[in-house]
Design a binder for this molecule. Structure first.
Ligand code: GAL
Length: 423
């Protein structure tokens, strides 16, 4: 899979340019030869870092002329990275490639001409055949594709501690609905678990809200909300009220925590559940924990049969310092080897259709089965549903609701967020 003609051509051009510089042994020539490729992500620790390391190992084999440079900025869901990236793009200092979610989240970068159309690379790498048609459709904008997906993650999963559930006399099976879950939460509290549902900062609360919206409105009703649907309806009001009740069972220190902290409450037995994307599976693996003895997981109550998906993808920024190196990175990202080494360690499943389930841990095997048969729904918190402006507006509305508990004001903020994006 080694890059052949194009890269050889570009590398040769680089050498020619360096040679034309004329000053022998100069710094420019050294830079050219070093072939650094800065890969900007928010995968700094735990299973996220392990996934990145897996991809890098393939990059080192397949792209030996280039050197991986880790540009990671820690903070779940890019909570810090996205701001750092925005200012670098504004000052025309892009990394060689950056992580972004496939779908709506790419809109702003595309409209601001900050990322290149990589459709040609799809042809060259055979990606039009490797990825499922539905995914290709969802990432095609006016006939062009701007990123290479590395994986598919699932957002609507609850991770639970079976000992805590059993300690309160509960089954380890999924409650059938949000109402049934609320009843279990009350049972847990009565048994002495004060904050049975562990959660973290605003974007994790957005995930909980989205799971409730899917449960209460159905996958289609939920998806419509991001496609001209009505956020002011009484069905949304009722869902917001239930979300508020769930929030009443969460930890008071939530706004200062990141997702691994909430997960730690569960594994330590201080909480029974956390709702989080399946990058959790990677952290649990790293801790040597296994289902179903150490943890159980199920689709968020009321969302069974819906796969709330998101895809991490990589782009070629306009003005990337080492475009040839980026192209080699993107080829690895889209390749069978790259996707396997990345996803086995990351908790996600490959975006490619030719993966071998037996190569993957049990969680991913079950996710592959669900992915093949479930109804798909997008994630706002993780960019498959809408643009960054909407994500920010939602996270800020959710954060405010967390402090004032005012459902009417919350709903107005969500209506305003939708209107500002539509118009
Ligand atoms: C998501 C990303 C995942 C994982 C998660 C937590 O936005 O798609 O790969 O990194 O954030 O940080």
């Amino acid at each position: 899979m080694r890059r052949t003609s194009l890269l050889a051509g570009l590398a040769a051009a680089g050498l020619v340019l360096a040679a034309c510089g004329g000053d022998d042994g100069d710094e420019g020539a050294t830079d050219e030869a070093s072939g650094d490729v800065e890969v900007f992500t928010w995968w700094a620790d735990g299973g996220e870092k392990a996934g990145l390391d897996g991809m890098v190992s393939v990059f080192e084999t397949e792209c030996p002329d280039f050197t991986f440079v880790n540009g990671a900025v820690a903070g779940g869901a890019g909570s810090n990275a996205k701001q750092v990236l925005a200012s670098r793009l504004q000052t025309n200092e892009p990394p060689d490639t950056f992580q972004a979610h496939a779908g709506g989240e790419l809109t702003d970068y595309i409209e601001a001409d900050q990322i290149e159309d990589v459709s040609d690379l799809y042809e060259e790498f055979g990606l039009n055949e490797a990825f499922p048609e539905g995914l290709l459709e969802s990432i095609t904008v006016d006939g062009s594709i701007y990123s290479v997906p590395a994986n598919i993650h699932r957002a609507n999963i609850v991770w639970a501690n079976p000992s805590v559930l059993e300690g309160a006399g509960l089954s380890t099976e999924a409650p059938a609905s949000v109402d049934a879950w609320l009843a279990d939460l009350e049972t847990l509290r009565s048994s002495g678990i004060e904050a049975p549902l562990a959660i973290a900062t605003d974007w994790t609360q957005t995930m909980l809200l989205e799971a409730v919206l899917i449960a209460e409105l159905g996958a289609d009703g939920y998806a419509e909300l991001y496609d001209g649907g009505d956020w002011s309806g009484s069905d949304v009001t009722a869902a917001l009220e239930k979300y508020g009740q769930l929030l009443g069972y969460t930890n008071a220190d939530r706004s200062s925590l990141d997702w691994p902290d909430a997960l730690n409450y569960v594994t330590a037995g201080q909480a029974a559940y956390t709702l989080m994307g399946d990058w959790v599976a990677a952290n649990l693996d790293l801790e040597g924990l296994a289902a179903p003895d150490d943890y159980v997981y199920w689709p968020a109550p009321g969302t069974d049969g819906t796969y709330q998906w998101l895809a991490d993808s990589f782009v070629l920024p306009v003005g990337a310092p080492n475009a040839a190196g980026t192209e080699c990175w993107l080829e690895v990202v889209g390749s069978a080897d790259g996707q396997r080494e990345f996803n086995v360690a990351k908790g996600s499943i490959p975006a490619r259709t030719d993966a071998e389930p037996a190569d993957y841990p049990p969680y991913q095997q079950s996710a592959m089965e669900d992915w093949a048969q479930d109804t798909l729904a997008p994630s706002l918190a993780h960019g498959s549903a809408a643009a960054i402006g909407w994500i920010d507006a939602m996270n800020s509305a959710v954060g405010q609701f967390g402090s004032n508990g005012d459902v009417a004001q919350f709903q107005e903020a969500l209506v305003a967020a939708a209107e500002s994006q539509a118009g």
